[in-house]
Design a protein around this ligand. Sequence first.
Ligand code: PLP
Length: 419
Amino acid sequence: MTTVTERTQAGVMNALDVHRIRADFPILGIRPRGKPLVYLDSAATSQKPRQVIDALRRYYEEENGNIHRGVHYLSELATARYDETREAVRRFINAADVREVVFTRNTTESVNLVASSFGQAFVRSGDEIVVSIMEHHSNLVPWQLLAERTGAVIRAVPVTDRGELDLEAFGRLLSHRTRIVALTWVSNALGTVNPVRRIVEMAHARGVPVLLDGAQAAPHLAIDVQAVGCDFLAFSGHKMLGPTGVGILYARGDWFDRLPPYQGGGDMIETVTIERTTFARPPSRFEAGTPDIANVVAFRAAIEYLEQVGLDAVQRHEHLLLGEATVRVGAMPGVRVIGTAPEKAGVLSFTMEGVHPHDIATILDQHGVAIRAGHHCTQPLMARFGCGATARASFYLYNTLDDVAALATALESVHQVFG
Ligand code: PLP
């Protein structure tokens, strides 16, 4: 009989060469508080490979200019580099056309863009917006602001005790009043992977468009927006090996043509007189002002890195780590795992009887183990599970079984401190 660890180790070895991958991430070599870094907070932000850091440096050393406005060499080069990333994003999510891809600052801004522009065009008093109890505040608060402005009503899909969306309840919430469905693809606090294809089918059967929050999906799953059929997809570059400051909003087909601008300014116009402005075609219409050119350019290296490793291999690897961590941490006395859906990404959320999650995270930090503790910007979800906060370990392609072992060992020391 092989142990879980042996089976897991064999599986990991077959799937990914993690040690080679780790060598690409300079930060994994630091020693916080004199201990090797065990980074288990990738759901908050991922670390960056040398390829991304090099692309950023190269941009500033050799390619920097403002885009779309110059005829000189550097302006043309920067424009070409910026547009190459847009094409890389299109390919990465299998969008039909680059004009379906807009760059924002982050997932939060992408959702705000839709809430604002879609809201202005299509949402009126008495209309309903369907979200869920498991949404990150980024995919809840923008809709609440819209509801306040318009008199629309928020309806929230409940979650089961295992942390799955209650699809029957979702079906019942859809009505002739529903204007849009805005749901997360993967829960950052539970790890649950939601059945997005089914969700889109159900909503589309009622003629309702769907926005998916892909912040925790894009880093970990192979995404095919045409297969899923969603109308909008929002995600952040910094959670998928890319730099901060880069968000993506995908809108299917002619959605961007049907939405009014989000922000006004340079680059999003066609003609301007003092009286009136006509607007550029998408995606420019939604990219007012100088964007985060350098980080967008460097983001292409992150996409190419993930493509080279392969999202299926990343997913298998995380699954094995999660399985091992769930067995080891879940077996500890007083531990309650929050989020036990069969379909999960690499997120392990838990509480420990008699110990505040912040104390867990603080003690683990003394061991060089970085996890997150708190409400994870999901306060309605925490209320649903009757806990104000959880401790959360999240895994990515550079984590190893040694990291899982370090987590377990450090958690044992929490027990010793709190008896
Ligand atoms: N949605 C989910 C599911 C998230 O996990 C996060 C960040 O943790 C966000 C949205 C917000 O992402 P950002 O802060 O990059 O806008």
